[in-house]
Design a protein. Structure first.
Ligand SMILES: Nc1ncnc2c1ncn2[C@@H]1O[C@H](COP(=O)(O)OP(=O)(O)OP(=O)(O)O)[C@@H](O)[C@H]1O
Length: 341
């Protein structure tokens, strides 16, 4: 649906070159919700803007619906842009137009007959839960309501792709959750492929199927949300995950636990079926070790259970090694050697 093939974008800024996107290859499939996460300056917005040619790639190809966007004529480009809706962090609504007028605007531009505009706008306002706000002006709405208008407007021309530029970054957590649910509904009921960028792992966890992590213009990690959460490879990804799973112990507690020479700390990661196995009582029975649970959580990711435990294993090195070998057969297990690991 959207393909980036070896795409780079270099800006000339005050006599020097800024490589905003560097050699990115990604494939976003029809019907999925794909998230790109990264810190400020990672290149996310630039990557997004390459999709509808708001930025032109310096090298490489961006292919949307099997067409390379640089090869499009002006008319084809206009048509392609109608197939791609976009929503923004700052909503970008017309303050002088009503809610109805904002949603109707792209349809007017596309010269859709008035009666059809009325029908479509009414349907969309119903869909986003703002049927009773048609005559309001943006300044009379909350942030969440403004973003609902933004979503309705982006859907007006029935696009197959919706790109979301930090769509929930200006919203409080509860409103963020409402808007994410609405985006999920857009994806499922209108079968719209969604490409979103964010710096919040919560957004990725809540609605994305797959994710790419960007740093310094490059994609440093990519995969299903489940794989990335359960088996992150880079420190940046681990840091993003920690921001939502709260899976680190404090340095004070770590030092306290370390002061006991006959104990070792391990992080266990369980997925799916393994979350229901009595592994810890098994090792306590089978080996001369005591098990002390320091920290634990279980969450659901893409409808699969995913649990993490930090446990203290007390016993001789020999017995602890045997217990670890046993656990390794069922779960990911790693010794915790610093409070941040
Ligand atoms: N038009 C431009 N001219 C010069 N440099 C630019 C331009 N647009 C972006 N950059 C630079 O490219 C890099 C990537 O910027 P980009 O906005 O894509 O990152 P981002 O991950 O979206 O960050 P943010 O969330 O802060 O917008 C930054 O160093 C930025 O300063």
């Amino acid at each position: 649906m959207i393909k980036f093939e070896g795409v780079s974008k270099v800006f000339q800024s005050k006599g020097r070159e800024v490589a905003a996107v560097q050699d990115v290859s990604l494939s976003i499939e029809k019907g999925e919700i794909f998230g790109v996460i990264g810190f400020s300056g990672a290149g996310k917005s630039t990557l997004l803007r390459l999709v509808n040619l708001l930025e032109r790639p310096t090298t490489g190809k961006v292919i949307v619906n099997d067409q390379e966007n640089l090869s499009l004529t002006e008319k084809e480009l206009r048509m392609m842009r109608q197939r791609i809706g976009m929503i923004f962090q700052t909503f970008n609504l017309f303050n002088s137009r009503t809610v109805f007028g904002n949603v109707a605007y792209p349809l007017k531009l596309a010269k859709v007959p008035k009666q059809e505009i009325n029908r479509r706008v009414t349907e969309l306002l119903q869909f986003v839960g703002l049927a009773d706000k048609a005559k309001y002006y943006p300044e009379q709405l909350s942030g969440g309501q403004k973003q609902r208008v933004g979503i309705a407007r982006a859907l007006a021309t029935s696009p197959d792709i919706l790109i979301c530029d930090e769509a929930t970054s200006a919203l409080d957590p509860e409103t963020t959750s409402d808007i994410l649910n609405l985006l999920k509904k857009v994806n499922e009921e209108y079968n719209v492929t969604i490409l979103l960028i964010t710096h919040e792992m919560q957004v990725i966890r809540n609605i994305c199927d797959r994710v790419a992590v960007m740093e310094n213009g490059r994609v440093i990690e990519e995969g299903s949300v489940f794989d990335i959460f359960t088996n992150p490879k880079t420190q940046t990804t681990k840091n993003f995950i920690s921001s939502v799973l709260n899976d680190k112990i404090s340095s004070k507690l770590f030092e306290k636990l370390r002061s006991n020479p006959s104990s070792r700390l391990y992080r266990l990661v369980f997925t799916g079926e393994e979350t229901s196995k009595p592994l810890l009582s098994d090792i306590a029975k089978s080996y001369q070790v005591d098990v002390n649970i320091i920290y634990g959580n279980i969450s659901e990711l893409q409808e699969v259970l995913f649990g993490q435990l930090i446990v203290e294993l007390q016993g001789t090195d020999h017995e602890v090694d045997k217990a670890v070998k046993h656990l390794e057969r069922f779960v990911q297990i790693k010794e915790v050697t610093t409070h941040a690991s």
